[in-house]
Design a protein around this ligand. Structure first.
Ligand code: SIN
Length: 284
């Protein structure tokens, strides 16, 4: 039986209605899921009460997984393929390293030389209200620019930084450590999706300037592109339920975790990150 899809918003997203990702899946069935992933850019799988091993195994169907060497403090100690996104304090009571992960518009691992193909985020625990994630369609963002703007940005490279979080929680020492592991990387502002051949805007709030330009010169254009890319008509806002898995294509979407919830309640998510193709260069 072919998979059943339900659209999640006008701009992007579909729910795969009848999937059990813990069960063995034929090549043909996974092929249909992957086709839907390319067509809809994000996929939702509800009610997936699965183990970490099953999460990893299903994610591997999308491609080789990142072991998160660029974010060594944030990965699960026994499963490097799993990145924790949690506000649960450490055993000693200190805040979690990943408390503010994702609280700005971004595409995963854009600050590395192998930006991610896609990510699969599993909801383990969510507050009573809030803690949603917003996604935006970067094909539409690019295609709706004027020809003049497309020409202006065609050759630009944005410099992506890893440690610039919206709510800065990094100690000086942690910031220096992160800079050593992941020096700033320049990425094209327009990327061609390797599988669909469509052009997508590649920008976000981790970009601080364009290569060859100062921060002052770059700021207005970065701000415009981010504002444009996150217009309501390009967005899907996901309200999480426990055991949801959302898979997104990082090559043609951006996302942002919202901090609109009671921080005394637990929000615990676990993410696998599928490696993409090499892109960009390190900037001194
Ligand atoms: C992430 O940016 O990968 C995390 C998103 C979220 O926690 O909603």
């Amino acid at each position: 039986m072919p998979i059943t899809l339900r659209k999640l918003s006008h701009a992007l997203g579909a729910e795969v209605c009848d999937a059990d990702v813990s069960k063995p899946m034929s090549e043909q069935r996974f092929g249909e899921i992957y086709r839907a992933f390319l067509d809809h850019n994000i996929l939702l799988f509800r009610n997936q009460d699965i183990t970490r091993e099953q999460h990893i195994e299903f994610s591997r169907r999308f491609g080789e997984l990142d072991r998160h060497d660029a974010l060594p403090r944030d990965r699960h100690p026994d499963h490097p393929e799993i990145l924790l996104v949690t506000n649960e304090p450490k055993p000693g009571g200190q805040p979690a390293d990943t408390k503010y992960t994702g609280r700005q518009w971004h595409s995963d691992m854009s600050f590395t030389l192998v930006p991610s193909l896609g990510s699969l985020l599993r909801c383990v625990s969510i507050p009573d209200v809030g803690g949603d994630t917003m996604f935006t369609n970067m094909y539409l963002a690019y295609e709706s620019l004027s020809d003049g703007m497309k020409k202006l940005i065609a050759e630009l490279h944005g410099i992506h930084f890893s440690g610039t979080r919206k709510i800065v929680d990094l100690s000086k020492e942690r910031e220096e450590e992160q800079k050593r592991i992941t020096p700033p990387v320049a990425q094209p502002v327009v990327r061609v999706h390797p599988e669909t051949g469509r052009k997508a805007l590649y920008i976000g709030e981790k970009v601080k300037r364009f290569d060859g330009m100062t921060e002052d010169e770059s700021r207005p254009l970065i701000a415009f592109l981010c504002r444009h890319a996150t217009r309501p008509e390009f967005i899907y806002r996901h309200q999480w339920r426990k055991n949801d898995i959302v898979a997104w294509d990082n090559r043609c979407t951006m996302h942002m975790a919202l901090g609109d919830f009671d921080e005394t309640q637990r929000r615990h998510m676990e993410r696998t990150t599928v490696l993409g193709t090499p892109s960009g260069y390190v900037v001194a």
